[in-house]
Design a protein around this ligand. Structure first.
Ligand code: PLP
Length: 459
């Protein structure tokens, strides 16, 4: 008999989580104004709000915390992180920052000016925010296929080379500080980018003499997909694949809260010494001195260790197979989600489930609240609350897709938890016809309203 798959670790520390009753949850979600962000985590049984900073560090990472060197300048921990970035990613220069968006802030403060154009494959929201805040533009050059949730493609997060070349050709050279390639493509559902696409994007950048920035939060998951899905990579190690990926890049920004499996941290890395030097000023001003930036010594140690573990095949296989496992359960129950299952999350297609809830009443949010009420599971709405209002007309924007994202933290939950998530969704799915009304907004902030929005139940 073939042995089934199992996790590549055992557990030596546990954190209790508490179940609750439906009655309790009804009270709590009402108090939270039906905004899942406003719930106390103690009132959540399985928390799938994000996979960012919510992973479980290993015994070695916890040990590294004790070895941290907290010197202000030239700390051992800085050199440990520097060595990991050089060995694993191949970059000579870097600046530590407190998380991914801070890396973007340091880099874009230096290289982006008003009117600039930074094409990419579905920029992450903070990336786009940092670009647009500087009155620059972030044209989306993702392949069209990424928007079709039922299309089964191995590399659904890719850059459309024709769209990219059009932008590069039609924009004055001095207005393009860099091209942003995000691996994996978070916004498109954790969908990967092939090595061929990375190579081709890099070649286009060379042709137009433009720098290539890899937004790298989930670069290791992307490398896993290259190994398991792209011809010619099956026999290469993840670390060999990662080396090749970064041989094509000039700059990388990294939210280490994802694939480096730490709770906080990030960095921006450079091939070019001169650019590193230019960026130092914003690092010192906004983050901290260049050898710690936004991080403490112990956290730099844990990050260095996490980069090593996060680029091991076993770690990635355990993680991605768990997301896949949840996807297969949903298949079994006929619940529609963005296919194929992404590296870090399942995006449930709320519009296809709650067909009776009008879009003006926030379909994906309604599904998110129902799932919480059902079993204390917290996902996050990727729909019209997140899409916010049009900045000019102030009308609500209704995106084509209404998704409920279930992000799976690394090394945190077991497959039994996945079974509970799937069963809870099935229960909601089975009573979908009885869910006809959603919510209306009673308070919203002028920007990024989803975090603090207050809602009232309709009907
Ligand atoms: C999370 C993320 C960021 C921002 O990182 P933070 O650590 O959350 O600030 C940037 N890009 C991508 C693709 C991400 O997933």
């Amino acid at each position: 008999m073939e042995l089934p798959f199992s996790e590549s670790y055992r557990i030596k520390m546990v954190e209790p989580i508490r179940k609750s009753t439906r009655q309790e949850r009804e009270q709590w979600i009402k108090e939270a104004k039906y905004n899942l962000f406003m719930l106390k985590s103690d009132h959540v049984f399985i928390d799938l709000l994000t996979d960012s900073g919510t992973g479980a560090m290993s015994d070695k990472q916890w040990s590294e915390l004790m070895l941290g060197d907290e010197s202000y300048a030239g700390a051992r921990s800085y050199y440990k992180m520097k060595a990991a970035i050089k060995d694993i990613l191949g970059f000579d220069y870097f600046l530590p920052t407190h998380q991914g968006r801070a890396a973007e802030n340091v880099l874009f403060s230096t290289i982006v000016k008003e009117g600039d154009v930074l094409p990419g494959n579905s920029h992450f929201d903070t990336t786009k925010g940092h670009i647009e805040y500087r009155r620059a533009f972030a044209p989306d050059c993702t392949i069209d296929a990424a928007a079709d949730t039922q299309l089964q493609l191995p590399f659904k997060g890719e850059m459309d080379l024709d769209k990219l070349e059009k932008v590069l050709r039609e924009t004055p050279h001095e207005k393009i500080p860099c091209v942003v390639l995000t691996i994996t493509n978070n916004t498109a559902g954790g969908q990967p980018v092939s090595m061929k696409n990375i190579r081709d994007v890099s070649a286009l950048c060379r042709k137009y003499d433009v720098k290539l920035l890899l937004d790298s939060a989930r670069f290791a998951e992307n490398a896993y997909f290259i190994k398991t899905r792209e011809e010619g990579y099956a026999d290469k190690t993840i670390k060999e694949i990662v080396k090749e990926i970064y041989s094509y890049a000039d700059i990388m920004t990294m939210s280490s809260k994802k694939d480096a499996i730490v709770n906080m941290g990030g960095f921006v890395a450079f091939k070019d010494e001169e650019l590193w030097k230019k960026c130092q000023m914003f690092c010192v001003m906004n983050e901290g001195f260049i050898t710690y930036g936004g991080m403490s010594g112990r956290d730099m140690n844990a990050l260095a260790q996490g980069l090593d573990e996060g680029t091991e095949f076993d770690t990635l296989e355990t993680r991605i197979k768990q997301v896949e496992y949840l996807g297969k359960k949903l298949d079994e129950y006929g619940i529609p989600y963005q296919r194929p299952a992404g590296g870090h999350a399942i995006f449930v297609d709320a519009k296809q489930i709650l067909t009776r809830v009008p879009k003006e009443e926030f379909i994906a949010q309604t599904l998110g609240v129902e799932l919480y009420l059902e079993a204390g599971i917290r996902g996050v709405e990727i729909g019209s609350i997140l899409a916010d209002r049009d900045p000019v007309t102030r009308e609500n924007r209704y995106p084509r897709l209404e998704l409920l994202r279930l992000a799976i933290p690394r090394r945190t939950y077991t497959n039994n938890h996945m079974d509970v998530i799937a069963a809870a969704l099935k229960n909601v799915y089975d009573r979908r016809e009885s869910i006809t009304r959603g919510y209306k907004i009673t308070y919203e902030a002028p920007v990024m309203r989803h975090f603090t929005v207050e809602l009232e139940k309709l009907g």
